[in-house]
Every structure is written in structure tokens, then in C-alpha cells.
Design a protein around this ligand. Sequence first.
Ligand SMILES: *Cc1c(COP(=O)(O)O)cnc(C)c1O
Length: 463
Amino acid sequence: MKTRTIAEPYKIKMVESLKTTTREQRLAAIKEAGYNTFLLKSDDVYIDLLTDSGTTAMSDVQWSKMMIGDESYAGARSFYTLEAAMHEIYGFKHLIPTHQGRAAEHLTSLIRIQPGQYVPMNMYFTTTRAHVERVGGIFFDCIIDEAKDTKVIHPFKGNVDMAKLQKLVDEVGPEQIAYLNIAPCVNMAGGQPVSMANMREVRAFADKYGIAVIYDATRAVENAYFIQQREAGYQDKTIKEIFRELMSLADGCTVSSKKDNLVNIGGFLATNDDGFARRAKELVVVFEGMPTYGGLAGRDLEALAQGMREMVEDAYIASRVRQVEYLGQKLIDAGVPIMLPIGGHAVFLDATNFLPHIPQDNFPAQTLAAALYVDSGVRAMERGMVSAGRDPKTGENNRPKLELVRLTIPRRVYTNLHMDVVAESCIELYENRHKIKGLTMTYEPDSLRFFQARFEELEPAMA
Ligand SMILES: *Cc1c(COP(=O)(O)O)cnc(C)c1O
């Protein structure tokens, strides 16, 4: 029998109109935005693949739950609803809500890092690393080398290289390790998962040396899906079971709820460590609000509790990841260089191989994102040298091996016809790639420069 099409496990109840623009309008808009897609107005964007952060379409049930949000300042019922959902899905003992993931990272870094201590991570995430370095922590990359080669196919490219961890501990001693910060599905490596087997090794290593494991669990549901698809012994387990097992291997986690959790704002810190939770509750009132709302409204907590339950439904997460694969496969079939294998939340154009004539100093990924916008009104994001920032010690540009443009798919928002439009634009740009020239940076903010940096064209090639 032929394989049958599997459609989205939902139907559409409300729509939002999209605006189209002319090429002239887009040229003016990207110039105005300093060739930085973060600085474009969303009204000038047709298909917005800048990020899957907070761009989710909520379900009818989530919207209805918002009506019963308890807006009491303290002890709100909605907190206990959320806590029950977190206990059921994640299984950690303590919950501290925050307004976003980075706020949970802020608390974690303040509490758990002494200046000069190392924080090993499987690659890095921008805000996580910024918080680690702000309090004097030293980022240490312990991801396997395969992650840095866009052409290598590996089922778990986010895995931790245990030999790198061992070497670090041998050199500096376990007391110099603040904690292991492991991300199931590594955003910056292209949405690549870790295996359960690897997380068990990490757990055993951490236990041996008395080091805590704190996940960045922002994208761990997508990771659970890959484990179900790729790791022996997990095919017959539900996403909910796999997810819970994955969480059981950590001492706590920080989460941006704007991703897996299917809400537009929110985040949290969860942990089994009583002392860590107590400190976090002391500090959250300084930065966010009472520990029962952490900078969120009662209705946000309700939508989040429901989102946690929906995110582990097998049909939903399969449909989400398959849409990413649908776009990626179209590009692969046309010979467009992308990061392999296709990740959980995004397709990453490999700008180094897409635009080999543009040196890294002229920001090939930044250039490609701008050119894509001018071509079709599709907004993507640079993930290369601009995002990597500078070395805090030497002040030199960090030179990441990966120079990528991220086409990030929001959850439950676009159809596969939208994906076709995106693919056609990428393919046409690739066919005319020699016409694309590089950029120079004209304004550089001190931290997280990719959000607000401005650029100019080396020569007016996009016109
Ligand atoms: C988005 C994200 C964060 C930061 O979360 P915010 O809610 O944007 O502050 C941290 N880690 C990962 C892996 C992310 O994708």
C-alpha cells in the first residue's frame, strides 16, 4: 500500500490576514532596518519564520482556560493548576514561574555560579551563555564534534562528548564545575537532539563527581519525539513517557514556555533541589514577582498548564516536526545546502556553502537572511558570527564553525503551502547566489549584538 498523507491533527477556527509587499517596499524596509531582520516591522513581513518563540497559535481550550485565570496577587489558584501540570508532565518537585526562559536562567546563574567556575553546555544558547558570563562563569562547550559539521548525518548530534567533560574535570577539578547545563534539542546546533543513553551517561558522570545537571528543557518535547523515532527501545513508548524519563535524569531545568509549551509568553525554573528552590524563591520576588506568579498573569499560568498537556500529545508533536521536515526535504531535493539532519523546530540554511564567495567577515548568514526577505518577504534569522558575539577576554569576534540562517517554524500557524512559498524563494536565491554580496557592520551593541546590530551592503547588490 502507498503511504498515506498524515494531516495536521487540528482544524482552523480563526484566521489572521497576511500582508504582501512589493520588492521595492521590501528593499526600503530592509535598508531602514540596517539589514537586520530583527529590526523589520512585522507589518512588512509576509511569512514570519524569525522565530518559533511566542509565535504559537493557542488552542480553543487554552483560550477558554484564560477566562478562568485567577488574578490574585498571592496564592492564586492558577499557580496550583500549573504546578499540578508541571508535576504530571515534568515531574520536578518545585516550580518557580518566570516571565521568560532567560529570567529562569538569570536566577540559576546567580544562585549556582561562583566567579571563575565552568559551566559545560552542549553548544550554547545566546541568553543562557550571556547570563553565565555576566556572573563570571566560564562557558565550556562539550557537544560532540559532529554537531559542528553541517554535512555529517548523526541521529543525536546534540549529544555530550563525555571525553571532553572528563578532560575538563581532570584539569580543573569537579568543584570548579558550577553545574552541567544540558539542552535536549540544541537550538544553536540546528535543533539537534540528545539520546536518552547519552543523558544516562551524563547523569552517571554527574553523580560520580557530585555535580548537578540542569537542563535547558525549552525544546525537550521535540527531543522526546526524536528519541521515539530514532533510539532503540522507544518506538512503543508515548511522548509523555519518554519526556518524563528524560526529565528524571536532571536535577532541575529552566524552560522558555514560548516554545514547546505552546504559549505566547512565560517560562519557569523547576528543580528537585530544596536549597536551590528556596534561593530562587527569595530572588524571584526581587526580579519577577511573587513565586506563585513570577511576572505572569493568572491567565498566562492557565494557558501554560494546558499547553504543557497538549505539547506531549503524540499526534501534535509528530505533525509539528514533520512540517519542519517537509520544508527541509524540499530544499534537500533542490540541492540547497542545509544543516543535516533536519532539526526539530527549524530548517537551517548553510550560508557558508550557500554563499562560498562571501568571507565570514562579511557575514554570509546575515546577508542571506536579508536577501531572502527582499526576495519574498520571508523573515528568517542569522545564526552565525553576529549571534556568536565577541570573546569577553580578547574582544575578538567569536568565529563559529556554523554560519546559518534559521527558518523557524511557528507551532500550528502556517500551512504546508506557506512552506512551498518559502522553499521556492530559497531555491531561486540559490540559483542566483553569485549575485548576492556581503555586508559590513556599522553599529554594534555591547551584548547580544544580533538583536540590534546594523549593517550596510558592500555594494548595492540586492537592488
Ligand atoms: C528561547 C530559548 C531560551 C530563552 O528563552 P526566552 O523565553 O526567550 O527568554 C533559552 N534556551 C533555548 C534553547 C531557547 O530556545
